[in-house]
Design a protein around this ligand. Structure first.
Ligand SMILES: [Cu+2]
Length: 312
């Protein structure tokens, strides 16, 4: 029964998203006055089915390897005079082809539309907050404030992973969605890199942000320990968000928190303990509200945290 409900939810979301994206794409084409659109109209051809490269999109800059302006240690870029359209033929990898290929693959989709610096996404976790302590094995809600991205847009992660370029909405923001991932640490002072194949909780945040806030219920909570929670802000096809300049603030957030059986921070003192309890209380309240409100529209959310099987 639960399973059937999840399937319906997924089907509804899956059918709604492409419509929204198409609507946006149509709007973009109408207002577009670039040469590609014009040549398409003239020739009567379809730029999305033609197997030849339209001259209007050739990036001549790709012919330079960048060493005209040498910098110590700088390596030469790979070059191409055809936008690398056949790049994957030069690697000995399978084509990604919309799949999540665990052994590696080569993806031929272009990177796509890049927003302006005014539209670079950024986010900050609001629960748990950095260095919070929460109670073990008890439902809690991860909440994250996000700006600069049109959230809630995700494509089928099994058939369309990395399968289309990043797209922008009419306001110039990346059409995408976010994810949260919780990883267990040895301690808050761990210095060894974590293993990206292992995580304690993962969830695609597929609903649009409500008042700038995304959320995910961690059903059953987490066992006692120390953890890192990170965001993964992506375009609709699940590729990491791309922005126009190399030097920018982080597009993602990371906070570290402790899960304790008594929900109190060790050695935090009376004040710290009291504060944390208060914060935990707030989180618990939110969690209750969210899971009650969210169970209608997103009953499948919790199921997407399947301990590592989620491909999103
Ligand atoms: Cu995703």
């Amino acid at each position: 029964m639960k399973y059937a409900f999840v399937v319906i939810c997924l089907a509804l979301t899956a059918s709604a998203s492409p419509l929204r994206l198409n609507w946006r794409a149509k709007g973009a084409n109408k207002s577009s006055s670039n040469a590609a659109a014009k040549s398409n109209t003239k020739s009567g051809g379809n730029l999305q089915s033609s197997t030849t490269l339209d001259p209007s999109v050739i990036a001549n800059g790709f012919e330079q390897n960048g060493q005209q302006v040498p910098t110590a240690g700088q390596v030469a870029s790979l070059t191409s005079s055809n936008n690398f359209i056949n790049f994957c033929a030069t690697t000995k990898q399978p084509i990604t082809n919309g799949q999540q290929v665990k052994g590696g693959s080569c993806n031929p989709a272009p990177m796509g539309s890049i927003p302006s610096t005014a539209n670079m996404p950024s986010c900050k976790f609001s629960n748990p907050k950095n260095l919070d302590t929460i109670k073990a094995n008890q439902n809690f809600t991860i909440t994250m404030n996000i700006q600069g991205m049109t959230t809630g847009n995700f494509v089928n992660a099994d058939s369309n992973y990395f399968a289309a370029p990043q797209q922008l909405d009419k306001s110039g923001k990346i059409i995408g969605h976010s994810h949260v991932v919780v990883e267990k640490l040895d301690s808050l002072k761990q210095t060894t890199p974590t293993d990206p194949t292992k995580f304690a909780f993962f969830k695609g945040l597929n609903d649009p942000a409500q008042n700038g806030e995304l959320s995910a219920v961690v059903s059953g909570g987490l066992p006692a320990g120390t953890y890192k929670v990170s965001s993964i802000n992506t375009a609709a096809n699940h590729q990491p968000a791309l922005v126009p300049v190399a030097q920018h603030g982080s597009l993602d957030d990371v906070v570290y928190f402790t899960v304790a059986n008594d929900g109190k921070s060790a050695g935090g003192g009376a004040t710290g303990g009291a504060k944390n309890t208060k914060a935990g209380g707030k989180g618990a309240d939110k969690s209750a509200t969210k899971s009650a409100a969210g169970s209608k529209s997103a009953g499948g959310n919790d199921n997407q945290n399947d301990g590592g099987k989620n491909k999103n």
